[in-house]
Design a protein around this ligand. Structure first.
Ligand SMILES: Cc1ncc(C[n+]2csc(CCOP(=O)(O)OP(=O)(O)O)c2C)c(N)n1
Length: 610
């Protein structure tokens, strides 16, 4: 008879016992669904406090458990595309205790990091890198005569990315042992787009698949309790049956298996056990649900792809009090496009992140989501420009790094009327070094024919967009930060700005501070602090990165003792923007601290020297 206590006692969480992948292997297989549930609960609870990539991770819980059940990291290697779906992997590889520090300054990074754990064999944050990097690992392994497994996990949207095909083009010729998992949830951040998405969907919805899936289930039931030899034979026989011929992947030289249910742990385990015995590159197509297990995330996959804090019970998030720069650009371009028929807008898989969803609603035929394909997006914009259209290419500063060659070879040399709008310029916050938009000033400034600017506030932003819309003499770019600026208005009557002309906000004799974009606020603050010490400060809003207003620069350089600009020159970790600014000295106090000794040395007015 059971004691009263055994009925009452809540079962201990299995998750608490998981300190390494060996602990996942030590569990009974029938307990793995419970582990999956606990992982989900933990994800939903912790991320409600920290924010993060909830939807993608809820979709890969079973997959990650099955991978750790079958393979042995760190010896075997999991290469995850973007690696935003690596949270479950982190939990199962000894980082559960630190999980509540996710994306916090000094805590776990939201992506895989080689420096964070020996189980993270490859860091990422940008999409499309996993297949190439994984192939390099496989070839390196072969050259060394080793035999560990390389498993690439890539989402369906990673297959909208050109690099993925560059890698696939090289797999067959270079290795015989390579496992690719295509995690197909039909979503990028927004709904996945293009011919490949339709192709994958046609496989997933084919009646043959439904039939095969039933076959697969029966097979998993049938092998329970078999001896090792019988088991291996059965697995081979049955998993080979899990093939709907997929012309694309087979022609590229990867044996295609699937599609199978990516939430069926026993099936995943059996399939991986089989795939690891194969002496040819294989691709396993699994079907998963983004946001699985959390109703708000299933209802709004786009929002829950990655978000800040939310209410655990409802999934509600705090409303942003003022419009963000992204919202302003989406709405403003939509408005300009009502009277300017030449305006078209392009996003590379970021319709809501870039605010273009507003434009898409107003002008669906002049809006293009090209998938995670920044290089293509830039070239596509070039083609549109040659037809006399005015393409607004709206891409995060960090992702535009991908299309650097196009900014020179295609846009600048041909002096095409492409308007490049770079969102998340500067520090982007809790995503960390892969996502900060710190390099676009560097990578555009030296290229002839480009104009480049940054607004100090929302009103100036609208003026700049208007200036871009009316500029027809070649490429023109704008950068603007994540979130909202200091003002709350969206200007209704924009004005044209004079090209290459800085705004002198106040004159001064001792120090001139040039505060570009959102650094203008820091500059203003520093100016007040210096003025309190009796120092006369000129305050300049440069507006233009290129052409630089050299006249204004020279004027002040000749007139004052110290000229300041505000900029970091190092890779910056993740954390909130105020914390990062403080750490890296991007504050008014640090500016004042650095300026004062210079003045003492140079200025008779402030010097103590005779
Ligand atoms: C080069 C680049 N462009 C855009 C992004 C933004 N981004 C992050 S995840 C993602 C969608 C990924 O979808 P998928 O690969 O299918 O994985 P899922 O989140 O659906 O699991 C996008 C567009 C990025 N990380 N890198």
């Amino acid at each position: 008879m059971k004691s009263d206590f055994s009925e009452e006692a809540a079962p201990a969480r299995l998750l608490e016992e998981i300190h390494s992948p060996a602990d996942v292997k030590a569990l009974r297989e029938q307990d793995l669904p419970q582990l999956a549930q606990e992982v989900r609960d933990e994800l939903i609870k912790v991320l409600s406090q920290t924010g993060g990539h909830l939807g993608p991770n809820l979709g890969v819980v079973e997959l990650t458990i099955a991978l750790h059940r079958v393979f042995n990291t760190p010896r075997d290697r999991f290469v995850m595309d973007v690696s935003h779906q690596g949270y479950v992997h982190k939990m199962l590889t000894g980082r559960l205790e630190r999980f509540p520090t996710m994306r916090q300054y000094g805590g776990l990074n939201g992506f895989l990091l080689r420096t964070e754990s020996e189980h993270d064999c490859y860091g990422a944050g940008h999409a499309g890198t996993a297949l190439s990097a994984g192939l390099g690992m496989a070839v390196g392994r072969d050259l060394k005569g080793d035999n560990e497994h390389i498993v690439v996990v890539a989402g369906d949207a990673a297959f909208t990315n050109g690099i993925s095909y560059e890698a696939l083009n090289n797999v067959k010729a270079n290795t015989k042992r390579f496992i690719v998992v295509l995690n197909d949830n039909e979503w990028s951040i927004a709904k996945n787009v293009g011919a490949i998405a339709s192709y994958l969907n046609s496989i997933a919805t084919s009646p043959t698949f439904t039939h095969l899936h039933e076959k697969a289930r029966q097979f998993v039931q049938a092998i329970a309790g078999k001896t090792a030899v019988e088991f291996a034979h059965k697995v081979e026989e049955s998993v080979k049956g899990l093939i709907v011929p997929s012309v694309i992947f087979e022609e590229l030289g990867l044996r295609y298996y699937g599609p199978i249910d990516g939430h069926d742990i026993p099936l995943l385990i059996r399939t991986f056990e089989f795939l690891k015995t194969q002496e040819e590159p294989v691709l396993l197509h699994i079907l998963t649900k983004k946001g699985k297990g959390y109703e708000p995330a299933i209802k709004q996959p786009d929002k829950f792809h990655g978000l800040g804090k939310y209410k655990l019970e409802t999934g509600e998030t705090a409303p942003t009090p003022t419009p963000t720069y992204s919202e302003i650009i989406g709405k403003t371009l939509a408005k300009f496009a009502q009277t300017n028929q030449k305006i078209v807008a392009i996003t590379a898989a970021m319709p809501s992140g870039t605010g273009l969803a507003h434009f898409a609603k107003a002008h669906p035929t002049r809006y293009f989501d090209v998938g995670i394909a920044e290089e293509h997006a830039a070239l596509f914009a070039c083609g549109l420009a040659t037809q006399g259209l005015k393409p607004f290419l709206t891409i995060y500063s960090t992702f535009m790094q991908r299309a650097y060659d196009m900014t020179i070879h295609d846009i600048a040399i041909q002096k095409l009327n492409v308007a490049l709008c770079m969102d998340r310029a500067g520090l982007s916050g809790d995503d960390g070094p892969t996502h900060h938009g710190l390099f676009d000033i560097g990578y555009l400034r030296h290229i002839p024919n480009w104009l480049h600017m940054q607004p100090k506030n929302e009103d100036e932003f609208v003026d700049m967009l208007w200036t871009m819309a009316n500029y027809n003499s070649g490429p023109i770019a704008i950068r603007y930060p994540r979130g909202s600026g200091p003002g709350a208005q969206i200007k209704s009557e924009p004005k044209l700005l004079e090209i290459g002309k800085a705004e002198v906000v106040q004159h001064g004799r001792d120090v001139a501070i040039f505060g570009l974009g959102n650094m203008f606020e820091v500059a203003e603050d520093a100016a007040r602090k210096l003025e309190e010490k009796g120092i006369s400060v000129a305050l300049i809003n440069p507006r233009w990165i290129k052409p630089l207003d050299t006249g204004t620069l020279e004027f002040f350089a000749r007139g004052v003792e110290v000229v300041c600009t505000i900029d970091p020159d190092e890779f910056t970790e993740h954390g909130t923007i105020p914390i990062l600014r403080k750490k890296h000295g991007i504050t008014a106090d640090v500016l004042v601290e650095k300026v004062l000794p210079l003045l003492k040395r140079k200025s008779p007015a402030h010097s103590t020297a005779a």
